[in-house]
Design a protein around this ligand. Structure first.
Ligand code: PSU
Ligand code: MN
Length: 299
């Protein structure tokens, strides 16, 4: 039996060259509180279906890396308390033990590529942690090695964004600003950081993605979509909330893969849930953009 299991719907869509967008599950199990997490996951799938794009949410279920989930499986990922946050280092173990696993950007890219899906939408990627140069997300390794485009609102701004951008450049990962020259900063539309590449339409994004791969480059690509202006959180509120949360993380000695979920939760507490609302808005906006890009990829 294959370790990867692709649902019939996704297989059929790929066989008949219909657009497909991969979605991750760590944001369901570890990134958003219940029951909003389930609502966002189901809404994401609906946005894609309304665009005639097939959603393929990825998770580890019953010993399989599964591409395409049922609503019941999404609900399970959103309600179970001990879901494994599954990156490269523990994917084998999670499969072997038949634990329920939520895939990160890294393992979702891997699953997407194994199934021939080129477009993947999420909130924001992992990167270099602030003041913790040794803590670098495996998402960057995945972007350097796996030819899948990640449509996101940039790098989660609890991280060191300038250093993450430098590293992406070193790794040869294109960073394409979607209808912007300013690099989006997750909960805000961004400020001082620039994107060297900007695309003005989904068609232009698709053309850029295709050319990078057609010449034989094999890295992933990042499409950075700013949160809609009217939903962007005030820069100062975000910065204060992040600083308070980083202090809390330090005081409680939290480390490793628990840091990102911890910080996301603390930042929303410190911002009276403004960042939580923005996180939801930006995810749905990214999913919509990914659907538009996926349609252009099959043209
Ligand atoms: N985007 C969100 N919320 C999240 C994540 C992304 O809006 O929770 C997840 C992704 O799965 C990403 C992970 O891969 O956070 C990064 O974790 P780490 O920093 O431990 O690599
Ligand atoms: Mn980490």
């Amino acid at each position: 039996m294959s370790l990867i299991r692709i649902t019939d719907e996704v297989q059929e869509a790929l066989r008949t060259k219909q657009p497909v967008v991969a979605l991750e599950s760590t944001l369901i199990s570890h990134g958003l509180p219940s029951p909003l997490n389930i609502e966002v996951a189901l809404k994401s799938e609906k946005i894609l279906r309304d665009l005639n794009v097939v959603p393929a949410t990825v998770a580890v279920i019953d010993g399989h890396l599964q591409v395409g989930l049922t609503h019941e499986e999404i609900e399970l990922l959103g309600t179970e308390s001990d879901v494994e946050k599954t990156s490269f280092n523990n994917l084998g173990t999670t499969l072997n033990r038949k634990s329920l696993g939520a895939t990160t950007v890294a393992t979702t890219m891997f699953a997407a590529h194994k199934s021939d899906i080129q477009i993947f939408a999420t909130g924001g990627i992992g990167g270099v942690h602030r003041g913790h140069d040794g803590d670098v997300s495996a998402d960057l390794k995945a972007l350097s090695e796996i030819p899948v485009a990640v449509i996101c609102a940039g790098v989660k701004s609890i991280l060191d964004i300038p250093r993450t951008l430098e590293l992406l450049e070193t790794l040869g990962v294109p960073v394409i600003g979607y209808k912007t020259n300013t690099f989006p900063e997750f909960w805000t539309t961004g400020s001082s950081l620039k994107t060297k590449i900007s695309a003005s339409s989904a068609k232009e994004v698709a053309d850029l993605l295709k050319t990078h791969w057609r010449i034989g480059l094999t890295t992933g690509q990042l499409v950075a979509v700013p949160i809609p202006e009217e939903k962007s959180v005030d820069q100062q509120i975000v910065e204060d909330a992040i600083n308070q949360s980083l202090e809390k993380a330090k005081a409680s000695g939290i480390s490793g893969n628990a840091i990102t979920p911890f910080l996301l939760e603390k930042v929303s507490e410190a911002s009276s849930n403004l960042t939580l609302e923005a996180n939801i808005d930006l995810i749905l906006n990214n999913v919509n953009t990914a659907g538009e890009v996926a349609k252009q990829m099959v043209n």
